[in-house]
Ligand binder design. Sequence first.
Ligand code: BES
Ligand code: MN
Ligand code: ZN
Length: 500
Amino acid sequence: MTERPSIAFAKFAAPKKGSVAVLVPEGATLEDTGKVYDPGDVLPRACRTSGFSGKLGKTLDILAPAGAEFDQLIVAGVGPTDKLDEQAWLRIGGAVAGAVRNATEITLALSVNGAEVKAEDAANVALGILLRSYSFDKYKTRKENGNGEDKPSSGKPVKYTIHCADPAAAKRAFATAEAVAGGVFLARDVVNEPANILGPVEFAERARDLEKLGVKVDILTEKELKKLGMGALLGVAQGSARPPRVAVMQWNGGKSKQKPVAFVGKGVVFDTGGISIKPAAGMEDMKGDMGGAAAVLGVMHALAARKAKTNAVGIIGLVENMPDGNAQRPGDIVTSMSGQTIEVLNTDAEGRLVLADLLWYCNQEFKPQFMVNLATLTGAIIVALGNAHAGMFSNNDELAARLTAAGTATAEKVWRMPLGPEYDKLIDSKNADMKNIGGRNAGAITAAQFLQRFVDGTPWAHLDVAGTAMGSPSSEINQSWASGFGVRLLDRLVVDNYEG
Ligand code: BES
Ligand code: MN
Ligand code: ZN
């Protein structure tokens, strides 16, 4: 990714150089707005001419305004002032960062109609700037500025100074947000990374890196997975020349007797479909079939980096689904760690096979308060919900309600889908305890029913993030293919319910 901008907070003072950003509410008269920083009547004239009306997320970019000492005036719309919630502040930050071109010094004045913005909101603006500044350009030998133009490297990181009412408090609030942003970037990075670079072993090393933050990391190798009896996971892995790994990450920031919260992720570094091979068109997207594992990695980073007062375990199953002389075949029957047997009728329904063993292992080994698993599990969930919500399936109303609330707060939204015996029986098999596909209908639900057979009654939620982890439409706070979906959601779930 690109170098991260530095973000500082300060009291209001008229800036003399660089870029200056001011906020304009929807329908503002423009009399108060940016008075301190605006050279004469540039602002009202420019707004009139361009039709800029202060809509949230929109910006107006005025370059080298006559009579001003600074180089650029960015006018950022904030929408109606009575709707300025957490999400609005994030988007404002993102929109400002998106309007900055080659500037390396940006001053952002956080006042709305003359009223100063409070510290928590200022920190959210800063988080929006940070999240927007991400771009996956490590393999571009020529850098671009996002407008298709070459970006001459100044060698200096971009520096933002945010003018606000209480800079010290904003700085404190931002320190926490920055830790979470680090987790989001990590998740985006591994999803964007191509599969030739990031195999199971390399992904496990990314987990190992969390040791630097005080996370306990254990990497289980193929031999250990065999010993544990993870026949479902190993069946998927056996078609790949690259051996599987399971990474177990533990953050113990809570009381020693507190049962951990558990996050489990599907980490298929590439999903060809195996012998039930996928069509060629769009198959490249399957480098992102580890978006669930990425979110788990990212949230473990976030919890450790902000020293969360909670005990958490993150478990990710890292495999590659390939067709090969040694690959599993449709019709094969595997024995999962739970002892339940599975008839593999479609080798492309591999994510559930990986998760079956991970969920069982997690429950046995850690006796968690709850398990939330994340997986790019089905195309069917994209048909149902598109890119705007992850599908949520749960056996526990309280956990489901808490996830829904965390999703609303972070705009990483989840939508609850049904489970039930009518769906469960669709995966009964003639030849084994169950089969790994349920037929054409209700594909996202039968996948969830499959997972539920491995949670043994523990409070559990499955988030199908196939439509949200990657390829979702770009937004003010993300322009990259990988969104990092799930990191802010799970961090918020912990903050609001499982800390202290
Ligand atoms: N990784 C895919 C699901 C997926 C599809 C994720 C599109 C992201 C975008 C999963 O392993 C898969 O192939 N699922 C099959 C299941 C089917 C064979 C029952 C699917 O959804 O088609
Ligand atoms: Mn598949
Ligand atoms: Zn898959």
